[in-house]
Structures are given as structure tokens and as C-alpha cells.
Design a protein around this ligand. Sequence first.
Ligand SMILES: C[S@@+](CC[C@H](N)C(=O)[O-])C[C@H]1O[C@@H](n2cnc3c(N)ncnc32)[C@H](O)[C@@H]1O
Ligand code: SF4
Length: 461
Amino acid sequence: MQTDTVLSAKYNIPVPRYTSYPTVPVWKDMPDSESWKAGILNQLKNDWQKGISLYIHLPFCESLCIYCGCTKRITTNHAVEEEYIRAVLAEWQLYLDLMPHPPIIRELHLGGGTPTFFSPGNLSRLIEGILAKATLHPAYSFSAEGHPNNSTRAHLDALYRLGFRRISYGVQDLNPEVQQLIHRIQPFENVQKATDEARSAGFSSVNFDLIYGLPAQDLDRLRYSIQQSLRLHPDRVAFYSYAHIPEVSCSQRLIDASLLPSPAQKLELYRHGRSLFMDAGYTDIGMDHFALPVDELYQAWQDGSLHRNFMGYTVQKSSILIGLGLSAISDTGHAFAQNTKSLREYYRTIASGEPAVRKGYFLKEEDKVFRKHILDIACKGHTTLDRAWETQLKEWTLPVLRSLEQDGLVRVDGNEVFLTAEGRPFLRHVCKAFDLHLLRTERARLVGNNFCGRPAYASTL
Ligand SMILES: C[S@@+](CC[C@H](N)C(=O)[O-])C[C@H]1O[C@@H](n2cnc3c(N)ncnc32)[C@H](O)[C@@H]1O
Ligand code: SF4
């Protein structure tokens, strides 16, 4: 067993969050959209009754939070809402045109950017337009992300009326000093008001996003943020490790790196946060998440039915995810596709009558087997090695697992691999043992003695 300092130093390397496998950096430019459209149709034919998941990316924000790694456009011009909604509804129509029957919607998530940038009236127009040509699954679940500074009672009432029951607020950190440094001024009273209003509007689940590893965060400040947040009793908390990638995110270059906690301090922050959540009755669910035992995420983690996709952890298991809007990702189970990140190109492509997919990946048999291992580890903390793939396992996965086992992060028992309690903070590193694409790339880099490649989308710890 290693000390915290050794572990945090050894594992302080960028690793993907595995909301997909293979991960986005492996995907290539889409040759044409015909094979993508055929894949969607094929999957829908097989699994019509299961229903689909929809993700809608609403990219606008009024103010820039400089730590932010999401795809967003900063503007105070709300005239942009109309054109964007028209384009998203036109994109949805392109998918509807492929389908022989109206789709059954099982899960719908509004992400961003800031969905509550849009007026309640425009959000209603968007969702009503989406639902007009679809039917709802009996177990449907709608959720949205909101910024506590601009989620009004009118937004919450409109979303509730449309069927939304889960809301997720970005809280990040509640210390004024940290908020100044990350350019996100958000007093506790705003979070309290948005949370109280969501509950009185009828929302049954409120999630908070918190980040550890931000500039000037120390144990006292983290404790303050968490204790203040817990006063509001969120049903779930996403406790993200701050991903500092200034070479990719320009705004992060404004962050004074000397104020960031060291890898060992970051691990200490995680451990401290985890113990505060556990003491308050929350349980850790897979990667980054904590939930109360009454929450369906906790129950799914317990009974092994938890699932993971681009929206994070979910209890819904529809076999197809369609992403609408800028940078949105779709997943048919056999292929992934991501929309363009250029607003101009998005509008132009949709107007020409084509889906705005820019990058994508069609999974090979090997990808499907190793994706299952990654999902099992991330959703159940356990996987069974598929010996039909012994050659790949011996060459790539087992050496990594042996090293993880020496560090006490996994236990390997014959064909069974178990994540240990010590391994929880390093879950994504355990997933990486099954990421043959990344392991091959790393070896090729070492052989070529080229250490300067840009990391895959990533975060430390
Ligand atoms: C689209 S944003 C949330 C919704 C809304 N825009 C807000 O800020 O309240 C999704 C979440 O990603 C997380 N996030 C963004 N950039 C991050 C980074 N560099 N490292 C870790 N988490 C990050 C934040 O916790 C954020 O709440
Ligand atoms: S954290 Fe949210 S509000 Fe801030 S820039 Fe990112 S998406 Fe926009």
C-alpha cells in the first residue's frame, strides 16, 4: 500500500472521464452522414419500444466562468435564443424524417452552457416542439441544468409544467475569495433561493455540482462550501475534480496556477469532501457522484442497474441517445457522433438539410468488449475478464491491473476484478486499464520518445 503523497504523484496524470469508449479524441472526421443515419434507423428498428434518450445542448451563458471546460458562447444578447431554437427544432425534424413512427422519448436532458439563459417562453416553445411529434415512455424522466443566478421561479414553473422533475445547479464553490478567482460570483442566498423555488415548484430531485481543486481552495474553504451546500439538502452531489487544461481552454490561462492545490493537497481535498458527504448520509456512486440512499441513482448502484453515458450516470437504459445542438454527442450503441462546435457551421449544415455531425466513430468488436469492462467498473465497481480476448488482456490490461493491485486500488481474483475502497478516488485510472486505444498511443509515444503529445480530454485524480 502506498502513501497518499506517492499515490497522488503517481496518478496525477490526465485520464478521461469515460463517458464514452472509445473516447472523443480517438474519433475521426465523419466521412458522410449516410452511414450515420443508417445506423440510427437500424438501431431504432431493433429497439423501438425501449425508447430513446435526448440530449439538447443550449450553449449560451451571460458571463464567463474562467475554469469552465464546457462548449459555450458568452453573450448578453438574448436575441440569439430564437435562431438557436429554430435550428434545434429543424435538426430534430431531420431525425424524425428518418423514423417510420413517432419516437418514444424515455429520457431528456437540457445541458449547456446555461439552459436557464433562455426565457421560460422559449424553453417551452423548444420542448413543446420536440414533444409534438413524439410519444412519452411510461417511465420518462426529464432533467435540466440551471445556473442559480438566473433560474427564476418562472423558469422552474415552465419546466415543471413540461414534465421536468430533476434540476441540477452549478454551485462549484461558495467562498467569496474563490468565486472572485474563478470569476463566478454567486452568493449562497442565490443557491438557497433557486433550491427552495425548485422544491416548491414540485421538483423531486435537486443536484449540486461542486468542484474541488480550484484556486485558493483549502480544507477550510472546501468544508465551508460543502457544509453550506448540505444545509440545502441536495438529493445528489456531483463532486468534480477541477480539470485544468489551459492548453485547450483559453480562459483557464487566466487562472494563476500557483494558487492551485498540489496533487497531494487535491487528494486530501477529495478525501475530506468524501468524508463530509458520508457523515451527512450520502454514499459515493461510481465516479464523482454522491447520493442519498433514497435516490434512484443509489438504488441502481446497489442493484447493478446503473448506466453511464454522455450525460453522466443514469438509471435509464435506452439503447439510443440523440444529441441535438452545438457539440452534442449521439450514441447508437454501435457508433458515436458529435456535432460541430462552430455555431456558424451548425446553422449552415442544418439549413442545408443534413445532421450537423462532424466527428464520429463506428465501434469494432474489440471496442465493444472493452467498453463493457469500462462501464462495469464505472457503474458496478467490478468486471469479469473475458478470456476470449486473452491476447489483448495479457498484453495491455493485466500489466496495468497488476500495478493498480500493488497500490491497493483493485483486487484481482481469477477472472474477477474488484475496485477497492482505496481505489474509489482513482476509478478513472482503473477504467484506463481497459482503454486499449490510450494504452497503445502511450506506448507508441514512448517508443517514438515523444513526450509532448496533448492529453486526451482529461482531469487529474
Ligand atoms: C454546463 S455546466 C453547469 C450548468 C451551468 N452552466 C452552471 O454553470 O451552473 C456543467 C458542470 O461542469 C463542471 N465543470 C465545468 N468546467 C469544469 C472543469 N474545468 N473541471 C471540472 N468540472 C467542470 C461544473 O461543475 C459545471 O457545473
Ligand atoms: S460553468 Fe456554466 S455558466 Fe459558467 S461558463 Fe461554464 S457553462 Fe457557462
